[in-house]
Design a protein around this ligand. Structure first.
Ligand code: TRP
Ligand code: SF4
Length: 400
């Protein structure tokens, strides 16, 4: 029952580009085969900065989801949904707001950074300060263990861990916790109980992380523990109360990031992006007009790949033999820049062809995406409801 869930979200930006594909979507496709995954459109998060001009949020959301599907995210493996269609996120956000210290929120670096970066908007709002808390609710409501995100999101995951810890500390301390935990250990059978206690001692006395991991594995394979007992033991293991919310970990994408056409980070707002569903002639033109090493003014001026954004693309798309060809041809002026770019045009078009083809099916029949999201929302709400029952009860709101 205690599966290792993966969850990630993206704000609805409309059509995605190759940077998203290499930096995020390929990773999601890998993960969906290994773990139960939840991927969602963070449309409320978009409102925290764009509340004055939200635009057509549903249209942007669906267009982005078409790109997820086109990139190979599979609704039969992963659960795809829209944040605002699972209102339980808002309820958890509200309940967590009772225990979220203002100082913690003010110290999250993105709060000040973004206010400076987006100086044309008024971000001195309650919603924007609460951005990381809403994100914490997104993650904690599914008891997700891993959250694939970029480096910039690490402070938000750290914040989420602190909120989960604080919640468990405040509400995991039921009366008679220790006795209940000890009784639960006994229920594991004498051999496993001894091993569990031994691992717990090693972790609590010496901080042995491996002992903790082995104890987690032991708990995960226990068939005969109730959910309540299991949560008690996860908390007991760490010297705390019952674990109601699970502390997540960031899963940093290691895949080489794909730079934009000018060598900077690829981004729609920098005008240096290739969209996933961009027509082939436009893709070819963009690559052919990419800037190159400024030293190569004339065809027979030698160049240096290290000073050329085209070389960054060869690092992603070309094998060693072709890279040797580029290095040799560039530094000796043996090849021209257009010649150097041609294999990249072909490689990018080959990569985009199946994506465009898959997207077409969804563009031809918009009900497909609506259905994928409706099914995903239903499934997400079931999972969210389970956590909310425990949360309400822990906070003294268990009516019935
Ligand atoms: N803040 C994330 C971003 O800007 C989007 C997001 C919202 C998210 N909720 C999340 C990511 C939960 C991971 C998990 O990229
Ligand atoms: Fe860049 Fe290739 Fe031209 Fe060298 S030959 S400057 S690597 S495009």
């Amino acid at each position: 029952m205690y599966e290792t869930r993966v969850l990630s979200g993206m704000r609805p930006t409309g059509a995605l580009h190759l940077g998203h594909y290499h930096g995020v979507l390929k990773n999601w496709v890998r993960l969906q085969a290994e773990y139960p995954c939840l991927f969602f459109v963070a449309d409320w998060h978009a409102l925290t900065t764009d509340y004055e001009r939200p635009g057509d949020v549903p249209k942007n959301a669906r267009e982005m989801v078409v790109d997820w599907l086109a990139a190979g995210v599979d609704p039969n493996q992963a659960t795809l949904f829209v944040q605002s269609q699972v209102p339980e996120h808002a309820e958890l956000h509200l309940l967590l707001s009772m225990i979220a210290p203002l100082g913690w929120l003010e110290r999250v670096p993105t709060w000040k950074d973004q206010q400076e970066k987006l100086a044309d908007r008024d971000l001195s709002t309650y919603g924007f300060l609460g951005y990381p808390l809403l994100q914490a609710a997104d993650i904690l409501i599914y008891r997700a263990r891993y959250v694939p995100v970029g480096e910039d999101q690490v402070p938000h995951i750290e914040f989420t861990r602190e909120i989960a810890r604080r919640f468990n500390h405040l509400y995991g301390r039921e009366p008679g916790f220790e006795e209940k935990a000890k009784a639960a250990v006994k229920r594991m059978g004498s051999k496993k109980a001894r091993l569990f206690n031994e691992l717990r001692r090693k972790f609590l006395e010496a901080g042995d992380a491996e002992a903790r991991a082995r104890a987690h594995a032991l708990l995960a394979e226990q068939q005969n523990l109730s959910r309540g007992d299991r949560e008690r033991l996860y908390g007991w293991l760490e010297g705390g109360g019952r674990r109601i919310l699970v502390e997540p970990e960031a899963l940093l994408t290691e895949a080489a990031r794909l730079p934009g056409l000018d060598g900077q980070k690829m981004s729609k707002s920098y005008g240096n992006a290739i969209e996933l569903r961009e027509p082939a002639d436009s893709v070819a033109k963009k690559i052919r007009t990419m800037p190159t090493d400024p030293a190569r003014v004339k065809r027979n001026d030698p160049g240096n790949p290290e000073r050329c954004p085209v070389w960054e693309l060869h690092k992603v798309y070309s094998d060693e033999a072709r890279r040797a060809w580029v290095r040799e041809g560039c530094t000796s002026a043996g090849i021209g820049c257009l010649e150097c770019k041609q294999p990249l045009v072909e490689a990018v078009l080959a990569e985009l062809a199946p994506i465009r083809e898959r997207a077409q099916a969804y563009l031809d029949d918009p009900t497909l995406v609506r259905n994928v999201l409706a099914d995903g929302c239903e499934r997400a709400r079931e999972l969210a409801a389970e956590t909310m029952r425990d949360v309400r009860e822990a906070m003294g709101l268990g009516y019935d």
